[in-house]
Ligand binder design. Structure first.
Ligand SMILES: Cc1ncc(COP(=O)(O)O)c(C=O)c1O
Length: 364
């Protein structure tokens, strides 16, 4: 069996470091926020090139806090791609604002930048580009539109730890950037975790308050907030894994190049790295006209796959009240029928990659 992600193999490769880090937290009995969290926050801020990092308990919480800390709320509209995980839109809604969807670009799968302006009106306050599958959205033209219309840009970098846009790591390039450390991510915790980064001191201060019941002094509450605190065990695990992230991303890129080599003559559409991007292949998503058959064929050969994502957000039952219809965003709708994610993780072996490629080619 070839798994979609192999977290056990990753643990085996770093077991002594992880075990020592977790034992240190248990010995300290300081389980929530505290020195382990602060130390990871400063390491991660430095890694992405941001002034501030606020560790929270999920990527979804990071997005909601970033939007709220930037002052978004009721009556505001936020533009985002419909081709993303549900949480991007959900965070806009739980921050009190209204999501407004835009289709995706066929080559990069990220937001279709030339379609953004048609979605802007007097209530629009922000754009949330998503660095989908580990490929950065085309940020410069997005910043240019944002400048012209006085909009904030909040990056959803949940799938793009270490990805680069024109040589700079994503996350710290907009007004705020949000990361998920869900276990299977390129940088994954051993449970729920996330973080937001920003260069704006005021946004960082508000996000810190909101994460911990609106309080920066015990039992004194400046505002009404949430319990979105990051646990020390997760921070300690993440600090260990951060040291390996670049080499793991290099391995993912090498595996993507190998898949490309083996599958370039196949009938599949393969992912392409944009000229401005350093893609970190959180997901290696191919497209096929006979996706469901291909998925079955791989399953029979013992190869696990995923679909990211089968239902575009504008067609989710939860957003029926927004009134979108089938046909509104044809590119994302088409992709949702064709897309298939192949196994991708740093520890993938040459033999496993060949088995996946053979299982695909044998059915064509
Ligand atoms: C693009 C995107 N945004 C947001 C999230 C939400 O992150 P989390 O699952 O940590 O809440 C995820 C991850 O699942 C994601 O892939």
């Amino acid at each position: 069996m070839i798994p979609f992600v192999d977290l056990k193999a990753q643990y085996q490769s770093i077991k002594p470091e992880i075990d020592a880090a977790i034992a240190r937290v248990i010995d300290s009995a300081a389980f929530i926020l505290g020195p382990e969290v602060e130390s990871f926050e400063s390491a991660f801020a430095q890694y992405v090139g941001a002034r501030f990092c606020i560790g929270v308990n999920s990527g979804t919480a990071a997005l909601q806090l970033a939007l709220m800390a930037c002052g978004l709320g009721a009556t505001d509209e936020v533009i985002l791609p419909t081709n993303t995980f549900f949480a991007t839109a959900e965070a806009v809604s739980t921050a009190g604002a209204r999501p407004v969807f835009v289709d995706s670009d066929p080559a990069s799968s990220t937001i279709d930048v030339p379609k953004i302006e048609a979605a802007i009106n007097s209530r629009t306050r922000a754009i949330v580009p998503v660095h989908l599958y580990g490929q950065p959205a085309n940020l410069d033209p997005i910043f240019e539109i944002a400048r012209r219309h006085e909009l904030l840009v909040i990056e959803d970098a949940a799938q793009a730890h270490g990805a680069e846009y024109k040589g700079r790591r994503v996350g710290a390039l907009g007004d705020a950037g949000c990361f998920s450390f869900y276990p299977g991510k390129n940088l994954g915790a051993y449970g729920e975790a996330g973080a937001l980064v920003t260069n704006d001191e005021e946004v960082a201060h508000r996000a810190r308050l909101l994460r911990d019941h609106g309080s920066d002094q015990k039992y004194k509450h400046e505002i009404i907030g949430y319990n979105f605190r990051l646990e020390a065990i997760q921070a300690a695990v993440l600090a260990v894994k951060l040291r390996h992230l670049d080499s793991w991303n290099d391995l993912r890129r090498a595996h993507a190049a190998r898949y490309h080599e083996l599958l370039k003559e196949s009938e599949l559409d393969l992912p392409q790295e944009e000229s401005y991007a350093r893609h970190v292949y959180h997901i290696y998503a191919v497209q096929s006209a006979t996706r469901d058959k291909l998925q079955e064929q791989l399953k029979s050969a013992g190869v696990q796959t995923g679909i990211h994502y089968p239902i575009p957000i504008h067609l989710q039952p939860a957003y029926a009240s927004l009134g979108y219809r089938v046909g509104d965003f044809p590119q994302t709708e088409k992709q949702s029928q064709r897309v298939l994610s192949l196994p991708m993780f740093a520890e993938l072996t040459e033999g496993q990659i060949q088995t996946v490629a053979e299982a695909i080619l044998s059915g064509e």
